[in-house]
Design a protein. Structure first.
Length: 229
């Protein structure tokens, strides 16, 4: 890496993850293989990210099958939500759900890059509310886990971070499969005190169309067999 990354960006060095990322780059990987690799990579990077971002606390007492009482363990914070960016973020949801010990809300954000300007455009947002305006309103999740497989120019990820910040989350954990250095830096600068970014790999550049070089291509198209749409 020709440029050092800020302290809120973490790039995995897990050998199995790096091998799987190399397999995912291969243009011959079909949709089923792509889906499996996205899931497996998300599982590994998600495990590393959550280990560093969550803590444990004691829960209520329970009994083992032999009748012995023990103190249960739960995670903190207790209010967590998953926020996949449509479409490709959907491919990461199952892996992170597998890691979490209990179901959490899933709020979808739809963002795309306008082709000529490469600027993010929001077309869907099902966050239940933005900043609560009444005392009886439920607070936003303490931790939002933003799932964005590709951070290319960084505009989409940065826009999602800003949306979640305005919603009122206390912290954002971005989990990504691959980023381009300029895009990762842009996303990391959006809300550095409240955001941690975990990514499986970082490439140096994006091309004129905003695609990472050498990259993975359009992950959404590869997942959903819409190549050539």
């Amino acid at each position: 890496m020709s440029q050092s990354l800020p302290s809120n960006v973490h790039v995995s060095s897990h050998p199995c993850l790096q091998a799987k990322l190399s397999q995912l780059r291969d243009s011959t990987a079909n949709s089923r293989e792509t889906k499996a690799l996205i899931h497996e990579i998300s599982l590994i990077i998600g495990c590393e990210a959550l280990a560093a971002s969550l803590t444990t606390k004691s829960g209520p007492p329970a009994k083992s099958p032999l009748g012995y009482e023990y103190t249960t363990t739960t995670i903190s914070p207790s209010t967590i939500s998953l926020v996949p960016i449509l479409r490709s973020g959907l491919g990461m949801v199952g892996a992170i759900e597998t890691l979490l010990p209990a179901p959490v809300p899933i709020h979808h954000l739809g963002l795309f890059r306008e082709p000529s300007t490469l600027q993010p455009v929001e077309y869907y947002n099902n966050l239940p509310y933005h900043r609560p305006s009444s005392p009886g309103a439920s607070p936003a999740s303490s931790l939002a886990i933003l799932l964005d497989p590709i951070i290319a120019t960084g505009g989409t990820c940065a826009a999602a971070i800003q949306t979640l910040k305005e919603w009122g989350v206390q912290r954002i954990l971005v989990i990504a499969v691959l980023g381009a250095l300029p895009g990762v830096l842009k996303a990391a600068e959006e809300w550095p005190e409240g955001t941690e970014i975990w990514v499986a790999g970082v490439d140096e550049q994006v091309d004129a169309k905003g695609m990472i070089r050498p990259g993975l291509g359009d992950v959404g198209d590869r997942l959903f067999l819409t190549i050539g749409k």
